[in-house]
Design a protein around this ligand. Sequence first.
Ligand code: 13P
Length: 279
Amino acid sequence: MLVTLQEIIGMAEAGNFCVPAFNVYNTETIMGVVKAAEEAKAPVIMQLYPRLINEEVGYYLAPAILAAAKKASVPVCFHLDHGPSEQEAMRILRWGATGVMLDGSVHPFEENIALTKHIVDICGAVGVGVEGELGHVGSVNDDAMEEFTDPAEAGEFVKRTGVCCLAVLIGNAHGHYKKPPKLDIERVKAIREATGGLPLVLHGGSGIPDDQVKAAIAAGVRKMNIGTDVCCAFADGTKETLDDPKRSLAIDLFMKHPIERVKQLALEKIHLVGANGKA
Ligand code: 13P
């Protein structure tokens, strides 16, 4: 069933677990994620990068995500990931999204607040909750990490914007880490407290050691994003199929193994964040 961001995050908050948010790129990754969610009886978020929205791949994928969500026996949210502006938010709302992230973390504090609040107002008019970001979560290839999220600023940001969850920078980054990250769990606790217990979001979920993921969830992370691992599972599955002399070139048959690889990856992450059996 299709649910909103605030509903699915609310489930995680009430049940003290974390919802996995998988970046999806094609029909096969959508199918792999939904199969895993149904098998594990887990609520899941499927999200699209703004690149896919602006290149209009999203135009074809949005109906597929909605079809999967509506058919699923578990709660599914269709979310915009890292929306930089009103354009992407409006576009994905028109395509039926039930969650929007406005990532204003590259802007100065006041501009981030103004932009995020504007999107919260627009989305609020159609009942869609908004994820904000404070402290810019960069890439593992960046030379240096920006300053980690400041708890006091986070408290003010949340009060003035009305976001339903907040992405934070605590030692995480997008992509496969060159060496294991060391998440600042004490900071997660401090941000939770300063924001009145707001659900927090951990970006860069591919490759964070399991014990740190669990500690972050215990400290208040309620949504964890997984992108790179989805790509790798799909790519590995495709390569393994290509290398199999018995494989069929009929695309639907060819894709069965890559879909299965994505499903296995999604199952692993669902169990890691404790979302299994929570639907
Ligand atoms: P990874 O690609 O590192 O899993 O990060 C995904 C993400 O945070 C998307 O916003």
